[in-house]
Ligand binder design. Structure first.
Ligand code: 25A
Ligand code: L14
Length: 345
């Protein structure tokens, strides 16, 4: 009989955590037990899971002792506190927060791009930022074929990336506007309903936001290539689920848009939707609830010689967070060497 695993989900009551539960179920992950963990605030909350319900427990330092692996999406502060405890007690962690991504001890993994670095893990494995994941799944086949010298990207990011409270804020502000009531804002610094905010996360010293610099630094780490020049502008848009990205790249060698489309359509995790003559291109409303990265509008950049531009859309809570994390967990259990517990954090 094949083995089954005891899996912990920290942040289970949040927007990403609920989607992790859905993914474990949808993908038939071989679990014998799933333990839903969150802060005391959510302890006792019942969550739908596998046709029934599971009850959220408060996380404690002992929560991980009897688990085979854990998936975290409770934010950076919770990850900083609990991931080392879990790793030390022999429970590997796939972490969705920004806390450990750039740590040299921690592999930063997109299975389609760099699954091999998983072998170096010491108990904590980081899941990249949602915007980075979908961009790199799309660019990987082009990078492998002709090299990439430069990336310029603008994102159009859904509110669900910020968590459950932001989803409620967009819905509530929309109702407030239609009912001519005062608009209440708590999560975002400005109104998000019927607006675009050119700020995701806080600003850094160079004028870029942290979200923009995550796209830069994580891309270099995942491709393992410091020579790529990258500039990002990250924008919050009033969309519930699904991030969209306009991506311009300069390749090292020339590639025709048709060849790029062909390469991408043969690559794992990508669905090419590119029939402008039939008004078909990727849209957030079609990507929501799906696991693929959708690519369309692939064309030659008329402003430079070796330039390509494209539009890339994916569900930020699925491939951008939960699906990618569960895929990493699947790679861990597939190889007994990777689930070994003889690391020292
Ligand atoms: O710090 P980061 O990495 O930048 O991440 C910031 C936030 O992004 C989300 C996640 O929000 C996180 O808090 N996130 C994380 N990874 C992500 C990814 N890859 C990501 N988003 C996109 N892509 P979230 O709301 O989706 O999920 C929060 C969950 O984490 C639990 N949690 C938080 N702190 C914890 C903790 N669990 C244990 N220990 C801690 N210290 C959190 O559970 C939730 O499950 P909770 O019990 O704290 O909250 C349950 C519900 O309560 C609401 N709520 C949240 N904060 C408050 C609140 N209500 C009142 N006051 C609050 N201050 C929420 O709506 C939640 O549903
Ligand atoms: O770094 O607010 O993974 O959309 C992902 C979601 C940061 C915030 C991360 C958002 C988070 C982001």
């Amino acid at each position: 009989m094949s083995r089954e695993y005891k899996v912990g989900v920290l942040g289970a009551s949040g927007a990403v955590g609920r989607e992790v539960l859905n993914c474990l179920e949808d993908r038939g992950f071989p679990y014998s037990q799933v333990k839903a963990l969150a802060s005391a605030r959510s302890a006792g909350t019942k969550l739908e899971f596998a046709g029934g319900e599971i009850t959220v427990e408060e996380v404690t330092p002992d929560s991980f002792k009897d688990l085979d692996l854990a998936i975290f999406s409770a934010g950076a502060a919770a990850s900083r506190e609990y991931a080392p405890m879990a790793a030390k007690s022999g429970c590997p962690v796939v972490d969705n927060s920004s806390c450990w991504r750039m740590d040299e001890r921690v592999p930063l993994v997109v299975p389609e791009v760099n699954a091999r670095v998983l072998a170096q893990h010491k108990g904590i494995i980081a899941n990249p930022n949602c915007s980075t994941i979908q961009m790199l799944v799309a660019l990987k086949p082009i990078y492998d074929a002709v090299g990439i010298k430069r990336i310029v990207v603008s994102t159009y990011q859904a509110v669900s990336g910020t968590g459950q409270k932001a989803i409620e804020e967009l819905a509530e502000q929309t109702r407030q506007i239609f009912n001519c009531r005062d608009i209440v804002r708590e999560v975002y610094p400005h109104r998000i309903a019927f607006n675009c905010l050119p700020q995701i996360d806080s600003f850094t010293d160079n004028g870029y936001t942290k979200e923009e610099m995550k796209m830069v630094n994580e891309t270099l780490k995942i491709f393992g290539d410091d020579s790529i020049r990258i500039s990002a502008t990250c924008v919050r848009v009033p969309v519930f689920y699904g991030h969209s990205e306009a991506i311009w790249i300069e390749t090292a060698r020339h590639i025709e848009p048709g060849a790029a489309r062909e390469l991408m359509s043969r690559s794992p995790g990508i669905l090419v939707v590119d029939e402008p003559e039939n008004l078909k291109y990727p849209m957030a409303i079609d990507a929501a609830g799906r696991d693929e990265v959708f690519v369309g509008r692939v064309r030659a950049d008329i402003s430079t010689d070796n330039g390509l531009t494209m539009w890339v859309v994916s569900d930020n809570l699925r491939k951008g967070a939960a699906t990618n994390a569960v895929e990493i967990a699947e790679l861990l259990i597939r190889d007994p060497e990777l689930l070994k517990t003889n690391w020292t954090w």
